[in-house]
Design a protein around this ligand. Structure first.
Ligand SMILES: O=C(O)CCC(=O)C(=O)O
Length: 337
């Protein structure tokens, strides 16, 4: 399913707009959840991903660029999404800490504010094992006063310095803490989200979770934060947002095999502008030439005005080469043989 498909129903989009969140079942297939958890259990943990798993690990990228997940984000943002950060939120039974009720815009100031998230349940989640909670309608309240979380029995408590930089290049440091917003308990909605389901919410929606009080039910979630492409994120560590390539999603649908897309530099800039429109059509065609020769021609290495967004090899060793950004127009015309 390419990103141009619309995974959310109009009713789901209206619900999100009205309440600041929408829970959706079945965003991921069971095999996709199982493949991710298998990978996570087996991967070496010596390099911490911090918030950059989507840049470092194909399985993280797979979830962040998943057509139902990034496609939902695209629908709700009404434009192309870019990934700001990814987080694996693994809360162990018998007391694993939650994240105090907060608005993500406190952590990720951005201009203009387009921040939103998709939180994916990778196990069954509910109030008993520290599932996600939200405050419906809180996205309309503006940024709320917040203090540092107070109860380590329920919530992670921390403080970090962060380098910030605005669009004009002004730089400064800010202290961020584990923010907590005081909320009337009556307004908190505890969500039950089945494995494979997810919750989309805005950067202004108050949400969080409490400790996992279950005896033996882990609560594992994966959160992807997106902005509309072109948004400026002020925190330097996550400023380099990753546009979601829709074609990438198409190829990544093959669960057993993730195809790395290798970026190839053009020798001559044989591409033009096509505005900031999302991809709505994919044209796949065959070339009669050989892979390396085609690559040389299509990257402007010969004197021919022709290019292409991706070149897909016939043989495994060649893989997929990305030549022209999806935000640009590739020029491919002329008589075929
Ligand atoms: O999973 C949780 O406990 C909270 C997640 C969260 O705060 C987020 O994804 O922004």
């Amino acid at each position: 399913m390419p990103l141009s498909n619309r995974p959310l129903t109009p009713a789901q989009v209206r619900y999100y707009e009205e309440f600041g969140y929408v829970a959706v079942e079945g965003l991921l297939a069971e095999e996709e959840v199982a493949a991710f958890l298998r990978h996570e259990a087996e991967r070496p943990k010596d390099t911490p991903y911090n918030l950059h798993g989507h840049c470092l690990d194909e399985r993280y990228r797979y979830l962040a660029a998943h057509p139902a997940v990034a496609g939902g984000a695209q629908q709700l943002l009404q434009g192309p999404p870019a990934v700001v950060q990814t987080m694996l939120l693994d809360k162990s039974p018998a007391g694993g800490q939650g994240i105090a009720l907060h608005q993500d815009c406190h952590y990720l100031p951005n201009e203009p504010n387009t921040l939103m998230a998709c939180w994916l349940a990778l196990t069954e989640t509910d109030r008993g094992n520290g599932g996600l909670c939200v405050v419906p309608g809180s996205h309309r309240l503006g940024l709320q006063a917040a203090h540092k979380a107070k109860d380590p029995g329920e919530h992670a408590v921390w403080e970090n310095r962060h380098a910030m930089r605005d669009r004009q290049g002004r730089e400064w440091q800010e202290t961020l803490v584990s923010f907590e917003i005081d909320v009337d308990p009556e307004r908190i909605r505890y969500l039950t989200v089945p494995r494979g389901g997810g919750v989309f919410f805005t950067g202004m929606t108050i949400h969080g979770s409490y400790a996992n009080r279950s005896e033996n039910r882990p609560r594992i979630a994966f959160a992807v934060h997106y902005v509309h492409r072109g948004t400026w994120v002020l925190r330097e560590d996550v400023q380099d947002t990753m546009p979601v390539l829709s074609l990438w999603c198409v190829f990544n649908r093959e669960d057993t095999m993730l195809y790395p897309v290798q970026k190839v530099n053009m020798k001559q800039p044989y591409f033009g502008s096509r505005g900031d429109l999302p991809v709505s059509l994919v044209v796949v065609h065959y070339t009669a030439g050989r892979e390396q020769g085609d690559l040389e021609v299509l990257r402007g290495g010969m004197d021919r005005l022709v290019s292409v967004h991706y070149l897909v090899g016939r043989h495994d060793g060649f893989g997929i080469k990305a030549l022209v950004l999806e935000s640009k127009a590739a020029w491919h015309a002329g008589k075929s043989q």
